[in-house]
Write a protein that binds this ligand. Structure first.
Ligand SMILES: *Cc1c(COP(=O)(O)O)cnc(C)c1O
Length: 439
């Protein structure tokens, strides 16, 4: 498959080139030149496959520079015998899609595991050591550390804002003691961590031995791996009525994946991303208005994003802006749930139904239950759950003090933590990195 840059249509690349082009260097995003389309006959064939074979059939159309056999192995090693996705009935026609059954309890594990296996493959094939940089507000870092921990020839540097990730998120990152994982805790907010990662790419260059790569939610391979579960769930459960997906959204990666699943022919009607007080996305979708908003901290940190890069990628994907805006208005609805409402809803669902949702999943749940929701006319909704309450237990305890959540995560409380604390002195930081990668 060919991809073109959203800034320069003549800049056409193959999967491999976009996978290895780091955003800080090129400052551009890529989008498929032409999406594949699965007709009914092909959908009927796919419907019968298990997850490994299914993911292989879909992803091979998006990739090149990798043989079918190698791609199959990567997917087999990532997905065989694992139950990452679970659909649960919530009312007549409506369901909750749990994407949070991976090791670090977020949907991010589903794409991060094959990503680590793919990088392992490229490192072996190209005889290079990969240095991965990851700036995180909590979930991506935990998932990345866990996925890359046993990958040979890969070293991962994870940057997170000191005191701004949840206790459990920090422990998930820092208790994974492994020579190839380095946790850098930076005093400041997430933007500073992200800014430092960008500066690192300006300061350290690739050479014949090492290759620097950042893994964040604009990584195209992650988008492909996420698209697969929307395709899988919709076709496996299809019964004459298309599905609507309600998705807690930050950088719009997960929602973009759902949108693409619709575009390649799967039975999906509307995509409904839900944001919190950081509602750039909602504003754009409802009013076609671009209004930069000041980032607010909320109790749902993983969707505290001021400008959703993957949405920017979508609206700039071709010259015919009007056409894509019309398409977006047809296919994508949106909702925003303010922090205050998130807090009230967590309490409400606990008091009324004895259910506890994490502060991200509660956005899609609240949107679903809202009485006069614009989107209510069409049922067959799938509410997406992106995390587990236990990860945010300290925020939830502030809302429901006596809450007890059963989950076997106690172990990480007794494990030793390993991270380095840095002030905002870039020179100190870059020297430490250079020392650790021997350049
Ligand atoms: C990352 C994350 C999101 C947001 O996903 P995007 O792809 O950035 O929109 C939502 N919920 C949780 C729990 C997350 O970790």
């Amino acid at each position: 498959m060919y991809y073109n840059s959203i800034n320069n249509k003549l800049n056409i690349k193959q999967f491999c080139n976009i996978f290895f082009s780091n955003i800080p260097k090129n400052k551009t995003l890529f989008f498929p030149f032409k999406l594949p389309f699965f007709n009914n006959k092909y959908l009927n064939y796919l419907k019968k496959l298990n997850y490994v074979n299914f993911s292989f059939e879909i992803s091979k159309l998006f990739l090149n520079n990798i043989s079918d056999e190698d791609l199959y192995k990567i997917l087999y090693n990532s997905y065989n015998n694992k139950k990452f996705i679970k659909l649960e009935k919530i009312s007549n026609e409506n369901h909750l899609l749990n994407l949070n059954n991976g090791f670090t309890l977020t949907f991010k594990d589903i794409a991060m595991i094959p990503l680590s296996n793919l990088i392992n493959y490229f490192s072996f094939k190209n005889k290079k050591k990969f240095i991965i940089f990851c700036a995180t507000s909590g979930d991506t870092g935990a998932s990345a550390n866990n996925s890359f921990k046993n990958i040979k020839n890969v070293k991962i540097f994870t940057f997170y804002p000191f005191n701004m990730v949840s206790n459990i998120q920090r422990k998930q990152m820092s208790t994974l003691i492994s020579k190839n994982i380095l946790n850098y805790s930076i005093i400041g907010n997430f933007d500073i961590s992200q800014y430092f990662v960008k500066k690192i790419f300006e300061n350290i260059k690739n050479n014949e031995k090492i290759f620097l790569l950042s893994v964040n939610s604009i990584n195209w391979f992650r988008i492909i791996m996420q698209l697969i579960y929307y395709c899988y769930i919709s076709i496996k459960n299809y019964n004459e009525k298309k599905f609507n997906f309600i998705i807690p959204s930050g950088n719009f990666g997960n929602a973009l994946s759902a949108y693409l699943s619709k575009k390649i022919g799967f039975p999906i009607n509307k995509i409904i991303p839900c944001t919190n007080d950081n509602f750039y996305l909602d504003n754009y979708i409802k009013n076609n208005k671009i209004e930069n908003i000041l980032l607010k901290r909320t109790i749902s940190p993983s969707i505290d994003i001021s400008i959703p890069s993957n949405f920017i990628r979508l609206i700039n994907k071709n010259f015919f802006k009007k056409k894509i805006i019309n398409e977006i208005n047809n296919d994508i609805f949106s909702d925003k749930i303010y922090n205050k409402h998130i807090i009230n809803s967590i309490e409400y669902f606990y008091q009324k139904y004895n259910k506890i949702y994490d502060p991200h999943t509660i956005t899609s749940i609240s949107s679903f239950y809202k009485d006069n929701n614009d989107n209510n006319n069409n049922n067959n909704k799938i509410v997406v759950s992106t995390s587990y309450p236990i990860k945010f237990i300290f925020s939830i305890k502030k809302i429901i003090p006596n809450i007890k959540i059963k989950f076997n995560i106690k172990k990480i409380f007794s494990l030793k933590e390993k991270y380095k604390l840095f002030s905002q002195n870039f020179l100190v930081l870059i020297n430490s990195i250079k020392k650790n990668i021997n350049v």
